[in-house]
Structures are given as structure tokens and as C-alpha cells.
Write a protein that binds this ligand. Structure first.
Ligand code: PLP
Ligand code: COI
Length: 353
């Protein structure tokens, strides 16, 4: 498909890498295309970054028809820019779209528009340690009527933001609170889809945790509030004795690409990895008897983040003396090494722009 490019007349000044934070600064352009149930995808364009104009009755504003993705472009030491497993994001976006009755984007088209956009904005990829260009593709239902039904019109957009670390702690351990009141998702719901509504429903618990000094909440399953699921913006892994345990993909948690990558790296290094049910009682026991050696979260924004403290029902448990453990560090070094091109990508995960 032809992508019409309209360049911004004046380019913005690039920010100082030390002040980036997460998702506050945006590049000069954005990608957009529209979809109609009769025409399919049309009007693919790159335009100057600007506010969107949508009808006040637009589906997304009333019924939450919205899905998104998150991936990063990394600046290698040789100056080139590369993406990490972008095909996985494209496939997950289509799975999310299927759940929300939004349109599919053919994989080739999704890859073409993504790489064309990143190519145009690649000067915005910062080079300082731990920084990258975060890409946020999103799609929303855009019918101009108030009836509730599968959408007939949708819009797909990609914006980009140069970022540093997601948590203010950086690679230092974060404190996480186990949430036993609100739930994020149930099987049969939208937990496995990356849709905005999942995050909207998480905010109340997240705010309560923040007031107590916790970075995010760890969700329990929505039926029994018994099994560990995931954290607000990352999947979780625990080293119990010599076993690495991570909640299995039951339909209510997001199938993280970082999670999948960590599992592959861990198995290659000879670790025993179990994707299974992990009850909060089993975790509590492991915390008390000292067999819980390490805990970490993994996600695109969060990378690999050690968890230094867990709080459950107001009892605080310190993990690994509040320090990053050796397995967590190994995963961080391996993944970021591949992402920033410091170590050889023997998996074929990276895509040079
Ligand atoms: N779980 C949730 C709820 C998330 O928002 C994210 C971030 O995208 C993840 C897990 C990790 O997924 P990924 O590694 O694909 O970024
Ligand atoms: C990501 O890691 O890309 C995410 O989408 C997390 C986000 C909700 C900040």
C-alpha cells in the first residue's frame, strides 16, 4: 500500500537523554491509516505529530474499543537502529483485535508501515545507556453513532517516544503490593488482549498501592483470588529453590514477549522453567522458609525489573535482601545485550531498520 508522507515543516529539538523518563516526549511525525468494513484499510499516511480530531459519538469514547502495543527501537553501538521481535507485537495486536471485534492488519502491511515509520523517525532513537525509542501502535473503533456493535470504522496510529527507564528505580529493585480486593481480568474476559480497558480497571488498585509507596500491584486470579497472575505492566517470574516459576498463560494474563524471551534464554542456559499455577500460599511459604531466592518482572517498558519487596495483607517480605539476584541480572544482561546489539543475536530476534 502506498504510504503518503507529509513532513513536519519544522523539526523539534531532540531532548537531553538524561531527562527522558517514560512516554512524555513525542517525535515529529505519526503514522495513521483508516479502516472501513467495506473498503478495508485505506489512506495510509505519515503526518506531522498533532492532536486527533474525532466525532464526540466515536465508539472508542463510549464503549472502549481500543487496543495497543508497545515495542522499542534500539540504537546499536555501530549507529544502526533495530527492533526487537516486532512480528510478535504484530501478531499479538491481531489477537487483541480479534477479541475486541476490531479489524485485522495483514502481517506484511503492519510490518511495512512500522518499519517505514521507524525509518523516518530513527534520528529520535537515543544512544545513552538504557534509552530507546518506544513505539506505541494503537487502534480504535471510530463509528460516529451510539449503537453498541462490532465496529465498521477504525483508525490505526503509531506514535513514538524517546524513553529512559519506566520505573524511577531504574534497574534497582521495585516494591510490589499483592492486590487481594480488585481483580484485573477473568478467563473468558479480555486479560490476554492488550486493550485500554484492562488498564483503566487497574488504576484504583494501582493508586492504593502507590499511596503506600509501592510501584505497582501484583494481581491474583479473578475467581479465587488465590493464584498469582501478573503485575500492572509486566509478567512475573520467581526463583524458588532451583526452579523458575512463572504463571501459565491461562487467558487472563498478557502473553508477554519479554516473558517468552526470558523463558527461551533460561531454558537455553539449563534452568528448569515451569509455567504453572502458583498460589499466593505457595509463594508465602517460599518467602517464609527462605526458598524464594529471586523475583522479577519482565516487560518491554520495564525490561527486567528485580522485585525487592512484596507486601501481602499488610505484611512485608524482603526478597534477596532487596538486591538484584544473579539470575535476574543474567536475564537483564542477555536481553539488553541482544536489544542494544552488544551481544550476538543467535535467536534471530532483532530486525535492523
Ligand atoms: N503484562 C502487562 C499487563 C503489560 O502491560 C505488559 C507490557 O506490555 C506485559 C505484561 C509485558 O509484555 P511485553 O513483554 O510483551 O511487553
Ligand atoms: C509495555 O511494556 O510496552 C507496556 O505496554 C506497558 C505499559 C502499559 C506502560
Amino acid at each position: 500500500m502506498e504510504i503518503k508522507i507529509t513532513k513536519a515543516p519544522v523539526l523539534k529539538e531532540k531532548p537531553d537523554s538524561s531527562t527522558l523518563g517514560f512516554g512524555k516526549i513525542f517525535t515529529d511525525h505519526m503514522f495513521m491509516m483508516d479502516w472501513n468494513s467495506e473498503k478495508g484499510w485505506y489512506n495510509a499516511r505519515i503526518v506531522p505529530f498533532e492532536n486527533l480530531s474525532i466525532h464526540p459519538a466515536s465508539t472508542v469514547l463510549h464503549y472502549g474499543s481500543e487496543i495497543f502495543e508497545g515495542l522499542k527501537a534500539y540504537r546499536r553501538a555501530d549507529g544502526k537502529v533495530q527492533l526487537f521481535r516486532p512480528i510478535e507485537n504484530i501478531r499479538r495486536m491481531n489477537n487483541s483485535a480479534e477479541r475486541l471485534c476490531l479489524p485485522q492488519i495483514p502481517e506484511d502491511l503492519a510490518m511495512e508501515v512500522l518499519t517505514t515509520f521507524v525509518d523516518l523517525e530513527q534520528d529520535w532513537t537515543p544512544s545513552a545507556e538504557g534509552t530507546s525509542l518506544y513505539l506505541r501502535p494503537f487502534m480504535f473503533g471510530n463509528d460516529e453513532s451510539l449503537g453498541v456493535h462490532a465496529v465498521h470504522n477504525a483508525t490505526y496510529v503509531i506514535i513514538a517516544s524517546p524513553v529512559g527507564s519506566y520505573y524511577k528505580e531504574g534497574i534497582n529493585p521495585v516494591k510490589i503490593m499483592i492486590e487481594d480486593e480488585d481483580v484485573r481480568a477473568v478467563r473468558g474476559g479480555t486479560g490476554y488482549a492488550k486493550c485500554g480497558g484492562n488498564y483503566a480497571a487497574s488504576n484504583r488498585a494501582g493508586e492504593r498501592a502507590a499511596q503506600k509507596g509501592y510501584a505497582q500491584v501484583l494481581w491474583l486470579d479473578g475467581v479465587e483470588r488465590k493464584y498469582i497472575e501478573e503485575v500492572g505492566a509486566m509478567n512475573v517470574m520467581f526463583k524458588i529453590g532451583d526452579e523458575i516459576v512463572t504463571p501459565m498463560l491461562s487467558g487472563s494474563i498478557l502473553p508477554g514477549i519479554t516473558r517468552k524471551s526470558c523463558i527461551e534464554v533460561l531454558k537455553d542456559k539449563g534452568f528448569k522453567v515451569s509455567e504453572r499455577l502458583l498460589s499466593v500460599d505457595e509463594l508465602g511459604e517460599a518467602l517464609q522458609n527462605g526458598t524464594l531466592k529471586e523475583a522479577w518482572g519482565c516487560g518491554t517498558a520495564a525490561v527486567v525489573s528485580p522485585i525487592g519487596e512484596l507486601c501481602y495483607k499488610d505484611v512485608k517480605y524482603t526478597i534477596n535482601n532487596g538486591e538484584i539476584g544473579e539470575t535476574t541480572q543474567m536475564l537483564y544482561d542477555t536481553l539488553t545485550g541482544i536489544q542494544w546489539g552488544k551481544i550476538e543475536d543467535t535467536y534471530g530476534w532483532t530486525k535492523e531498520i
